[in-house]
Design a protein around this ligand. Structure first.
Ligand SMILES: Nc1ncnc2c1ncn2[C@@H]1O[C@H](COP(=O)(O)OP(=O)(O)O)[C@@H](O)[C@H]1O
Ligand SMILES: [Mg+2]
Length: 379
């Protein structure tokens, strides 16, 4: 307290994590690493966990309880300071005072927040919804704005934007919710015809998912219905893609003072004991990517160019991880972007920046600084 009266107040960073998406646990792990890395001499921190049900809970500033322990994933409910009550951000842009409401108690002021680090993946976090709330609040935040977040979360619109900016995408077909509702047989036929044109296997995905949740690689017609049902558990809109044969190459983009720059790329080696780069392979076994990707200077320069082009096409801010396939012919096909990529110190995005000369704490600091110097609203 006394220290605050003598020196200017440090910017207060609300790290928001967890959330209602299937990527809840990963988000907690990531937030733990960010909390650990934030320079406490420079910033104050307010950890806010969103439970799987969507309650904003004040949580302990306890990074050590937010890691994967013994193959067990952490959870906001276990970190919350109380089982009820919620943290509320003011929607009045003139007011940055965050308040904790608990049943039976007077509202408790938690102080001002200067910037939000939305460490959330997937729906209700990385998809523009949270960003919309923060725009209303007038509180600056790390990462992509409303539109870029929404586009980056929707595998259909993301591809449409890429195509319109000349970025190479693989063959795909979208089945919208109403198509199933009106005529499931017709919708299924659309997929079967797509398979006839492009061949099996197909990837059946929730259009707005992440962390490979709900995705199935379908080898033939016999697995189709089950795969569609699985994808639709997560999203009524599904996307079907032809298999792109190629090496998986990722590239990070980070905003510097003079604009976005690409990191050295990484290669995700083909998985052996998993069907594809699925949830388990990604997080539990920490599938280790190769950084830098051994693809030569020319391909490296090309993927870096494409990554920045993808960042610009979608109007990203702060950061993005762009994921590609490198085909046998030496061509890149863009698979997707992640506006809030996996961000633990062993995740690909920080590792690629580490290899490019930007350490994890510096990365966190850069993102917070970029957000602090940016206003909300149209830009
Ligand atoms: N069209 C495809 N061709 C080949 N592999 C694919 C294709 N789509 C997805 N995959 C594999 O599945 C993984 C997850 O798919 P992705 O679309 O990246 O979903 P998520 O958004 O959940 O990360 C990819 O990293 C890749 O290994
Ligand atoms: Mg992916």
């Amino acid at each position: 307290m006394s220290e605050n009266t003598q020196s200017p107040r440090k910017p207060r960073v609300a790290v928001v994590f967890g959330g209602r998406s299937s990527e809840h646990a990963i988000s907690v792990v990531t937030a733990g690493a960010v909390l650990k890395a934030i320079d406490r001499t420079k910033y104050d921190v307010l950890p806010i966990g969103i439970t799987r049900e969507g309650r904003w809970a004040l949580t302990a500033d306890a990074p050590e309880r937010m890691a994967i322990a013994e193959r067990t994933l952490p959870d906001v409910d276990r970190l919350a300071e109380s089982a009820t009550g919620g943290v509320v951000l003011p929607v009045d842009p003139a007011d940055r005072e965050v308040v904790l409401h608990e049943p039976g108690s007077l509202p408790r002021a938690l102080g001002q927040v200067d910037v939000v680090f939305p460490m959330l993946h997937g729906p209700y976090g990385e998809d523009g919804t949270l960003q919309g709330l923060l725009e209303l609040s007038g509180i600056p935040y790390v990462g992509a704005g409303v539109l870029a977040s929404a586009v980056g979360q929707d595998k259909e619109y993301m591809k449409r934007v890429f195509v319109s900016y000349g970025l190479p995408v693989g063959p795909y077909e979208v089945i919208r919710p109403r198509e199933w509702d009106r005529n499931p047989a017709e919708a299924r036929k659309k997929i079967v015809e797509f398979a006839a044109d492009h061949g099996w296997p197909l990837f059946v995905k929730p259009a707005r998912g992440g962390s490979s949740v709900g995705i199935t690689k379908v080898d033939d017609l016999s697995g189709l219905d089950e795969a569609v049902e699985e994808a639709r558990r997560y999203d009524p809109k599904i996307i079907v893609e032809a298999l792109v044969r190629g090496r998986e190459i990722e590239c990070g983009v980070l905003e510097f003072e003079d604009g976005p720059r690409a990191s050295v790329p990484a290669e995700i080696p083909p998985v052996t004991d998993h069907d594809f780069y699925d949830f388990e392979a990604k997080y539990i076994d920490s599938a280790s990517g190769l950084v830098p990707a051994p693809i030569g200077d020319e391909a490296t320069a090309e993927v870096q160019r494409l990554a920045v082009a993808a960042y610009e096409a979608v109007s990203c801010e702060g950061l993005v991880r762009a994921d590609f396939f490198l085909t046998e012919d030496g061509d890149f096909v863009i698979n997707e972007i992640n506006t809030m990529p996996g961000f633990t110190p062993i995740s690909m995005y920080p590792r690629m920046w580490q290899e490019s000369g930007v350490s994890y704490p510096e990365l966190v600091d850069r993102l917070i600084q970029a957000a602090l110097t940016r206003s909300t609203g149209l830009r």
